[in-house]
Design a protein around this ligand. Structure first.
Ligand code: SF4
Ligand code: SF4
Length: 189
């Protein structure tokens, strides 16, 4: 299905994603969904989303919670036999959903914002903060179990109690500000 400007959803996703042209080589093998830790919470696996993109089902794609539950772990990208930049496509879909006003998953979006906020401010994710927020919002029944597991991991020094930062966060923030400005110019052109 073509948009008013003559492009398909597939074309726009490809154009907005570095290396996105590789999406044309998707085999629908399902390795991405099989390696995704957020798969059970997604309404479509990454493989399923790519099939919907191919079919031009824009409403279904842009209203899906799938990109919002993506935690950018890159497991799918590492395992994809066709080297498709799956994680980057998830970012593209979030951006497209925001632009189309299809911001239908405020809780998942909050989760994503929390993750990005940690990375933008500190250059690192903060697993304890992220997991706590995620479970409080989505699986409150697991909070006690999660807390006990977290304490065990902290005792073994496998989980930090406080968020860590990279050395030069100012430089990171300048790079991100420049990248956002380039992206904004690209959207206006
Ligand atoms: S792992 Fe790669 S080739 Fe297989 S379904 Fe996912 S995107 Fe397509
Ligand atoms: S990068 Fe996102 S889509 Fe890919 S495996 Fe990780 S959470 Fe799932």
């Amino acid at each position: 299905m073509k948009a008013k400007n003559g492009t398909t959803l597939f074309d726009r996703v490809v154009e907005a994603t570095p290396g996105g042209e590789l999406l044309a080589h998707c085999l629908q093998c399902g390795s991405c969904g099989g390696s995704c830790p957020s798969g059970p919470d997604m309404d479509h696996t990454p493989r399923g989303i790519f099939a919907l993109i191919n079919a031009g089902l824009e409403d279904e794609v842009l209203s899906s919670n799938t990109p919002w539950y993506c935690v950018s772990c890159y497991a799918c990208t590492a395992r994809c036999p066709q080297q498709i930049p799956i994680t980057d496509i998830m970012y593209t879909l979030k951006e497209m959903a925001i632009h189309a006003g299809r911001y239908d998953h405020p809780q998942a979006a909050k989760f994503s914002e929390t993750f990005i906020g940690f990375v933008e401010q500190r250059g690192r994710s903060f697993e304890a903060g992220l997991a706590t927020r995620y479970h409080l919002f989505h699986h409150p029944e697991n909070v006690v179990k999660l807390g006990m597991m977290g304490v065990g991991m902290m005792r073994r020094n496998r989980l930090a109690l406080r968020p860590a930062s990279i050395k030069n966060t100012e430089q990171l923030q300048k790079i991100l500000a420049e990248a956002k400005s380039i992206a904004a110019k690209g959207r206006r052109s």
